[in-house]
Structure formats: C-alpha cells, structure tokens
Design a protein around this ligand. Structure first.
Ligand SMILES: C[S@@+](CC[C@H](N)C(=O)[O-])C[C@H]1O[C@@H](n2cnc3c(N)ncnc32)[C@H](O)[C@@H]1O
Length: 228
C-alpha cells in the first residue's frame, strides 16, 4: 500500500514541479506514495471563496478561518491518519520524525498563510505541529514539500540504493563525509589519495575522521550528543 499524503494549501500549484521531478516523481510513478494536493478554497462557501479573516483583538495580517479547514479535514481524514500543521513554532523536523511519518498509512499536511491559522484548528483537527527551521516562511507549502521530501527517503524503494541512507548527515549524529568523482585531477586539485587506494578499511577510517572533523567545525552540538 502506498503512503497516502494530502496537502491542503492556498497555493497548490507551488507543488507541481516538486512532485513531478527527480526521486520523488519516480517514487510517485512507482506507486510508493500517492500525493494529492488540494486548494483550501474548494471548501469555502461564499462567492469570494474567502479563506481568511482579520484577527480578533487586532493586529496586522489575516488568519485562516476555521470553517474551510474543518470541512477539508472532515472530508479527507481517515481513521488513524496523522494531521500535521506546518508552523515555525512546531517541533523541529528531524530524521526521526521523517522516518516516523514515512511509516504512517495516511498523512494530511496543512499549510498556513498570512499570520497563521485560527487556534481552534490547532486544538481540534491537528495531531502534530512541525517546523522546518527557526525562520519564518510566507506560507507552509514549501515546508510541507520539505517534510514530504525528507520522509519519502525512508519509504522502501523510493531511493535507488537503500544503503545511501546509512552514512548521510545526521546518521549517528555526524555530518556526511566529502564526496569526489572523476576526474581524479581537476584544475590542479587532486582527489585524496586514500580514495584511489582501493583499501576499503582505510577509506572507511578516512571517511569517519572527515565526518567527525566536519561536525566538530560546523555542528559541535551534534558531536556532544554523539559522544554521550
Ligand atoms: C508568516 S507564517 C506565520 C508565522 C506565525 N505568525 C508565527 O510567528 O509563528 C505563515 C505560515 O507559514 C508557515 N511557516 C512559516 N515558517 C515556517 C517554518 N519555519 N516551518 C514550517 N512552517 C512555516 C506556517 O504554515 C505559517 O502558518
């Protein structure tokens, strides 16, 4: 059974290219996952297809109204599905969260816009809130794409080579090692000799040392977790 994903957004076309291309496009083509993108305005009832309104209590911007989102959720949800709201104040996306979501049968992503969404949506029809980082996007559609991309890598058969997951950044709390391909010499820059040696033990050791060094320089916080 493919993982079924619904995305509810005011900007469904933002995902057109993303879903058609590369590894994700192949995964969808191979029926490993089934992604359906919905325009939230389909669930509006007035002639202007209004999905937002001014915030109670004043302040700048607009807030997504509860009625269309509740209606969308009530139509799309299935027993046991996970309903995820993308939001900067959610739990930070991690490989563990991506892997967990990849094991679900049905996930619904809700993208917010403007100032955010009515709190009653979060209280009643959302199971999990996820942030893709400590910065603020204009809407959650790209954030949904990021989570879908990250989780798709954990679905068997989506990545060509399953083993390409085993050394990636964050596996074992270390960043990835540097990669080289042909030519061995390019504009005076040589590939590290060890990689041409054919000695797999030495290559493994070198790669591990590189991962530790890179992590020490760029993300020492991860290295502390790695040691504990
Ligand atoms: C301008 S933001 C709203 C920000 C909200 N007022 C706050 O300060 O937390 C509009 C929408 O973009 C999405 N968004 C923005 N940044 C995000 C992030 N870092 N991760 C996930 N979604 C994000 C959310 O869906 C949010 O409802």
């Amino acid at each position: 059974m493919p993982l079924t994903i619904d995305v509810i957004t005011l900007f469904p076309r933002m995902l057109d290219g993303f879903l058609a291309e590369s590894i994700l496009g192949r995964g969808i083509g191979a029926k490993r996952l089934d992604v359906r993108v919905h325009d939230l305005r389909e669930w509006t009832t007035d002639k202007h297809r209004t999905a937002d309104d001014r915030p109670f209590g004043g302040g700048a911007g607009m807030v997504l109204k509860p009625e269309p989102v509740f209606a969308a959720m009530e139509q799309l949800q299935t027993p046991g599905c996970r309903r995820v709201y993308l939001t900067p104040d959610g739990e930070p996306l991690s490989p563990a969260i991506a892997e967990e979501l990849s094991r679900e049968e049905h996930v619904i992503f809700l993208s917010g816009h403007y100032e955010g969404i009515d709190q009653r949506i979060r209280d009643c029809v959302i199971d999990r809130e996820i942030s893709i980082g400590d910065y603020v996007l204009t809407n959650g559609t790209l954030a949904a794409a990021v989570v879908i991309d990250a989780l798709s890598r954990f679905i068997p058969g989506v990545l060509g080579e399953e083993k390409s997951l085993t050394h990636e950044s964050f596996t074992g709390k270390l960043l990835d090692f540097p990669q080289y391909t042909r030519p061995a010499e390019f504009r005076g820059m040589s590939v590290p000799e060890v990689l041409l040696s054919g000695d797999h033990r030495k290559i493994e050791d070198w790669r591990h040392a590189q991962r530790v060094e890179k992590t020490r320089k760029v993300r020492p916080d991860l290295l502390k977790q790695h040691q504990t």
